[in-house]
Design a protein around this ligand. Structure first.
Ligand SMILES: [Mg+2]
Length: 225
Protein backbone atom coordinates (compact mmCIF):
# COMPACT_ATOMS: atom_id res chain seq x y z
CA UNK A 1 0.00 0.00 0.00
CA UNK A 2 1.47 3.31 -0.99
CA UNK A 3 -1.25 5.86 -0.42
CA UNK A 4 -0.05 8.96 1.36
CA UNK A 5 -2.62 11.68 0.76
CA UNK A 6 -6.39 11.54 0.88
CA UNK A 7 -7.88 14.39 -1.09
CA UNK A 8 -11.49 15.50 -0.61
CA UNK A 9 -13.97 17.45 -2.64
CA UNK A 10 -16.28 19.48 -0.38
CA UNK A 11 -19.63 20.17 -2.02
CA UNK A 12 -21.56 16.88 -2.30
CA UNK A 13 -18.73 14.91 -0.65
CA UNK A 14 -17.83 16.13 2.85
CA UNK A 15 -20.65 18.64 2.82
CA UNK A 16 -24.28 18.75 1.80
CA UNK A 17 -24.65 20.39 -1.61
CA UNK A 18 -27.58 22.30 -0.08
CA UNK A 19 -25.36 23.98 2.49
CA UNK A 20 -23.61 25.88 -0.27
CA UNK A 21 -26.72 26.59 -2.31
CA UNK A 22 -29.31 27.07 0.43
CA UNK A 23 -27.21 28.64 3.18
CA UNK A 24 -23.98 30.21 1.92
CA UNK A 25 -25.12 31.61 -1.41
CA UNK A 26 -28.35 33.15 -0.07
CA UNK A 27 -26.48 34.63 2.90
CA UNK A 28 -23.94 36.32 0.63
CA UNK A 29 -26.75 37.55 -1.61
CA UNK A 30 -28.65 39.06 1.33
CA UNK A 31 -25.56 40.66 2.88
CA UNK A 32 -23.93 41.89 -0.34
CA UNK A 33 -25.43 45.39 -0.50
CA UNK A 34 -24.84 46.31 3.15
CA UNK A 35 -21.43 44.69 3.27
CA UNK A 36 -20.07 46.36 0.14
CA UNK A 37 -21.54 49.71 1.10
CA UNK A 38 -20.00 49.48 4.55
CA UNK A 39 -16.58 48.33 3.31
CA UNK A 40 -16.35 50.26 0.05
CA UNK A 41 -12.95 51.77 0.92
CA UNK A 42 -11.23 48.50 1.88
CA UNK A 43 -12.78 46.76 -1.12
CA UNK A 44 -11.70 49.42 -3.63
CA UNK A 45 -9.29 47.22 -5.64
CA UNK A 46 -11.71 44.27 -5.69
CA UNK A 47 -14.63 46.43 -6.78
CA UNK A 48 -12.45 47.83 -9.56
CA UNK A 49 -11.95 44.29 -10.85
CA UNK A 50 -15.73 43.88 -11.06
CA UNK A 51 -16.01 47.17 -12.84
CA UNK A 52 -13.26 46.19 -15.33
CA UNK A 53 -15.03 42.92 -16.14
CA UNK A 54 -18.33 44.74 -16.65
CA UNK A 55 -16.73 47.24 -19.03
CA UNK A 56 -14.80 44.53 -20.90
CA UNK A 57 -18.07 42.67 -21.39
CA UNK A 58 -19.66 45.66 -23.07
CA UNK A 59 -21.10 47.62 -20.13
CA UNK A 60 -20.55 51.29 -19.37
CA UNK A 61 -18.52 52.44 -16.36
CA UNK A 62 -20.69 51.24 -13.42
CA UNK A 63 -21.43 53.08 -10.18
CA UNK A 64 -21.44 51.29 -6.81
CA UNK A 65 -25.06 50.23 -7.09
CA UNK A 66 -24.51 48.72 -10.51
CA UNK A 67 -21.45 46.85 -9.19
CA UNK A 68 -23.50 45.46 -6.30
CA UNK A 69 -26.23 44.45 -8.74
CA UNK A 70 -23.67 42.67 -10.90
CA UNK A 71 -22.19 40.80 -7.93
CA UNK A 72 -25.66 39.56 -6.97
CA UNK A 73 -26.32 38.53 -10.56
CA UNK A 74 -23.07 36.54 -10.56
CA UNK A 75 -24.12 34.76 -7.35
CA UNK A 76 -27.35 33.74 -9.07
CA UNK A 77 -25.40 32.51 -12.09
CA UNK A 78 -22.83 30.74 -9.88
CA UNK A 79 -20.13 32.58 -11.80
CA UNK A 80 -16.65 31.88 -10.47
CA UNK A 81 -15.31 35.43 -10.62
CA UNK A 82 -12.26 36.10 -8.43
CA UNK A 83 -13.64 39.37 -7.06
CA UNK A 84 -16.98 37.80 -6.19
CA UNK A 85 -15.28 34.91 -4.43
CA UNK A 86 -13.15 37.30 -2.44
CA UNK A 87 -16.12 39.35 -1.24
CA UNK A 88 -18.19 36.25 -0.52
CA UNK A 89 -15.29 34.92 1.56
CA UNK A 90 -15.34 38.08 3.67
CA UNK A 91 -19.13 37.98 4.07
CA UNK A 92 -19.05 34.31 5.09
CA UNK A 93 -16.23 35.00 7.52
CA UNK A 94 -18.51 37.51 9.19
CA UNK A 95 -21.43 35.04 9.14
CA UNK A 96 -19.42 32.24 10.75
CA UNK A 97 -17.98 34.58 13.38
CA UNK A 98 -21.39 35.98 14.27
CA UNK A 99 -22.73 32.43 14.56
CA UNK A 100 -25.26 32.91 11.74
CA UNK A 101 -24.43 29.34 10.58
CA UNK A 102 -21.84 26.56 10.89
CA UNK A 103 -20.02 24.82 8.06
CA UNK A 104 -21.96 21.66 7.31
CA UNK A 105 -20.01 18.41 7.25
CA UNK A 106 -21.60 14.95 7.26
CA UNK A 107 -21.27 13.07 10.59
CA UNK A 108 -18.87 10.48 9.10
CA UNK A 109 -16.26 13.10 8.12
CA UNK A 110 -14.65 13.83 11.46
CA UNK A 111 -14.21 10.16 12.48
CA UNK A 112 -12.66 9.44 9.06
CA UNK A 113 -10.31 12.42 9.30
CA UNK A 114 -9.30 11.33 12.82
CA UNK A 115 -8.67 7.81 11.61
CA UNK A 116 -6.58 8.93 8.63
CA UNK A 117 -4.67 11.46 10.67
CA UNK A 118 -3.83 9.04 13.48
CA UNK A 119 -2.75 6.45 10.89
CA UNK A 120 -0.22 8.92 9.51
CA UNK A 121 -1.97 9.82 6.26
CA UNK A 122 -2.11 13.37 4.97
CA UNK A 123 -5.43 15.04 4.27
CA UNK A 124 -6.13 17.63 1.60
CA UNK A 125 -9.09 19.52 0.19
CA UNK A 126 -9.69 20.29 -3.48
CA UNK A 127 -12.78 22.37 -4.09
CA UNK A 128 -13.92 25.00 -6.53
CA UNK A 129 -14.71 27.25 -3.56
CA UNK A 130 -11.77 29.50 -2.67
CA UNK A 131 -9.14 28.28 -0.21
CA UNK A 132 -10.42 30.91 2.20
CA UNK A 133 -13.99 29.58 1.94
CA UNK A 134 -12.72 26.01 2.38
CA UNK A 135 -10.84 26.93 5.55
CA UNK A 136 -13.89 28.71 6.94
CA UNK A 137 -16.13 25.67 6.46
CA UNK A 138 -13.58 23.34 8.03
CA UNK A 139 -12.69 25.67 10.90
CA UNK A 140 -16.30 26.46 11.80
CA UNK A 141 -17.78 23.07 10.97
CA UNK A 142 -20.78 21.35 12.52
CA UNK A 143 -18.24 18.76 13.80
CA UNK A 144 -15.96 21.39 15.34
CA UNK A 145 -12.65 22.72 14.05
CA UNK A 146 -11.27 20.25 11.51
CA UNK A 147 -8.35 22.36 10.27
CA UNK A 148 -5.90 20.54 12.57
CA UNK A 149 -6.30 17.43 10.40
CA UNK A 150 -5.86 19.15 7.03
CA UNK A 151 -2.48 19.74 5.45
CA UNK A 152 -3.39 21.02 1.98
CA UNK A 153 -6.08 23.21 0.46
CA UNK A 154 -6.42 23.54 -3.31
CA UNK A 155 -8.87 25.59 -5.32
CA UNK A 156 -9.14 26.32 -9.03
CA UNK A 157 -5.78 28.13 -8.91
CA UNK A 158 -4.35 24.67 -9.72
CA UNK A 159 -6.88 24.30 -12.56
CA UNK A 160 -10.46 23.17 -13.09
CA UNK A 161 -11.72 20.06 -11.35
CA UNK A 162 -12.54 18.25 -14.57
CA UNK A 163 -9.06 18.71 -16.03
CA UNK A 164 -6.32 16.11 -15.71
CA UNK A 165 -3.61 18.79 -15.48
CA UNK A 166 -5.07 20.09 -12.19
CA UNK A 167 -4.47 16.74 -10.52
CA UNK A 168 -0.97 16.60 -12.00
CA UNK A 169 -0.39 20.04 -10.47
CA UNK A 170 -1.59 18.78 -7.08
CA UNK A 171 0.85 15.85 -7.29
CA UNK A 172 3.67 18.28 -8.04
CA UNK A 173 2.68 20.66 -5.27
CA UNK A 174 2.53 17.86 -2.68
CA UNK A 175 5.67 16.16 -4.04
CA UNK A 176 3.82 12.86 -4.29
CA UNK A 177 3.40 10.43 -7.16
CA UNK A 178 -0.19 10.21 -8.48
CA UNK A 179 -0.85 6.68 -7.12
CA UNK A 180 0.00 7.97 -3.65
CA UNK A 181 -3.05 10.22 -3.78
CA UNK A 182 -6.65 9.06 -3.33
CA UNK A 183 -9.40 11.44 -4.40
CA UNK A 184 -13.01 11.42 -3.18
CA UNK A 185 -15.73 13.26 -5.06
CA UNK A 186 -19.39 12.97 -5.99
CA UNK A 187 -18.79 13.98 -9.61
CA UNK A 188 -17.75 11.28 -12.14
CA UNK A 189 -16.09 13.81 -14.49
CA UNK A 190 -13.79 14.91 -11.67
CA UNK A 191 -12.97 11.31 -10.76
CA UNK A 192 -12.24 10.59 -14.40
CA UNK A 193 -9.79 13.51 -14.65
CA UNK A 194 -8.07 12.45 -11.42
CA UNK A 195 -7.88 8.85 -12.59
CA UNK A 196 -6.36 9.92 -15.92
CA UNK A 197 -3.69 11.72 -13.91
CA UNK A 198 -2.99 8.43 -12.11
CA UNK A 199 -4.81 9.06 -8.80
CA UNK A 200 -6.87 6.42 -7.07
CA UNK A 201 -10.49 7.48 -6.84
CA UNK A 202 -13.73 6.75 -5.00
CA UNK A 203 -17.13 8.21 -5.66
CA UNK A 204 -19.00 9.36 -2.57
CA UNK A 205 -22.70 8.65 -2.99
CA UNK A 206 -24.59 10.98 -0.69
CA UNK A 207 -28.37 11.09 -0.89
CA UNK A 208 -29.39 12.03 -4.42
CA UNK A 209 -26.03 11.26 -6.07
CA UNK A 210 -26.24 8.79 -8.96
CA UNK A 211 -23.67 6.01 -9.00
CA UNK A 212 -21.22 5.68 -11.88
CA UNK A 213 -18.52 3.40 -13.25
CA UNK A 214 -16.26 4.40 -10.34
CA UNK A 215 -16.18 2.47 -7.06
CA UNK A 216 -18.67 4.09 -4.72
CA UNK A 217 -19.26 4.37 -0.98
CA UNK A 218 -22.24 5.86 0.84
CA UNK A 219 -20.25 6.73 3.95
CA UNK A 220 -16.56 6.99 4.70
CA UNK A 221 -16.89 4.14 7.23
CA UNK A 222 -17.42 1.82 4.23
CA UNK A 223 -14.04 2.73 2.75
CA UNK A 224 -11.58 -0.18 2.69
CA UNK A 225 -7.88 0.61 2.54
MG1 LIG B 1 -18.66 17.92 -5.35
Amino acid sequence: MNRKLFLFDIEGTTTDFNFVHKVLFPYSRERMKDFVTLHETELKATLEEVSRTMVSEGGSQPDLNAIIGQLIKWINEDRKHKALKEIQGLIWDEGYKSGAFKGHVYPDVRPFFENLHSSGYQIGIYSSGSVKAQKLIMENSSAGDLTGFIKYYFDTQVGGKREKVSYQNIAIRTQLTPPEIHFFSDIPEELKAAQLAGFRVTQVLREGTASSEFPGIHQFAEFRF
